[in-house]
Design a protein around this ligand. Sequence first.
Ligand SMILES: [Zn+2]
Length: 279
Amino acid sequence: MACARCDDTGWRPVEDNGIRRVVRCDCWRERVGQMRLADSNIPRRYQHCTLDSLRAYNDSLKDAIAAAKRFVAAYPVVDRGLLLLGHPGVGKTHIAVAVLRAVIEKTSAHGMFYDTRELLKTIRSTYDPVVRTSETSVLRPVMEAPFLVLDDLGAERPTDWVEEMMNLIVNTRYNERRVTLFTSNYSDIPDMEDPNSLLARIGFRMRSRLQEMCSTIEIDAADFRDEHTPRNASDQDLFALWQLKKRPKDLPLRANRSAKAQMRDSRADLKWPGGRAGS
Ligand SMILES: [Zn+2]
């Protein structure tokens, strides 16, 4: 199909103050964008995600989507990426993919999506322990993509190898000022002892890097993945369900832990009437 603007050459003439020159035609940009989108590694189930198709039934989701839209509007003039935090199923991957798609469609940038655990599995499969590196074909797109989504950071058991590999990827991108969007199910609480803290999963070095590289968005919402979302539910219904689900599971972890500790202490204090201890 012929483009009326450029006759399918991909270039169209423009006139600037009487000087004639050629610029890339929009049809070329669209074609490149479509190609980049097809190569971006977005999982099939997320391929149709947009920022307007996520149900924003509470303020936390509305704020997250607004921040994501501001990011897309500013891209590529951004000096920080995004770190999306929240429980599984709140819509982090949806937002991450929607941002990636919007960035590619807007700028035809080379953007890539990786699930962190899948990525590490691939890297490991080509890892050569002698030269301590993996095949360039695996690592290069991760290091060099101008825009990268790393989904589910911290999901992989934090071994020395995982930490080394993730630091290599993140530091390379940091040094080259490449923009990255991370998502994680773990909370950014500064407690190395807490197994549910992002810090315990990724270590001090990487956490402080992330703080330099990204603006953090915490999403407080319920697990409403497609299969869990009630059909025809209104935003009010979802809001009410989210409030119900919040209790009591979402008590701060620390409170849960101290409650457990208190229970242990009180059990230790129990006097067994007439009983013999450890006969
Ligand atoms: Zn054209």
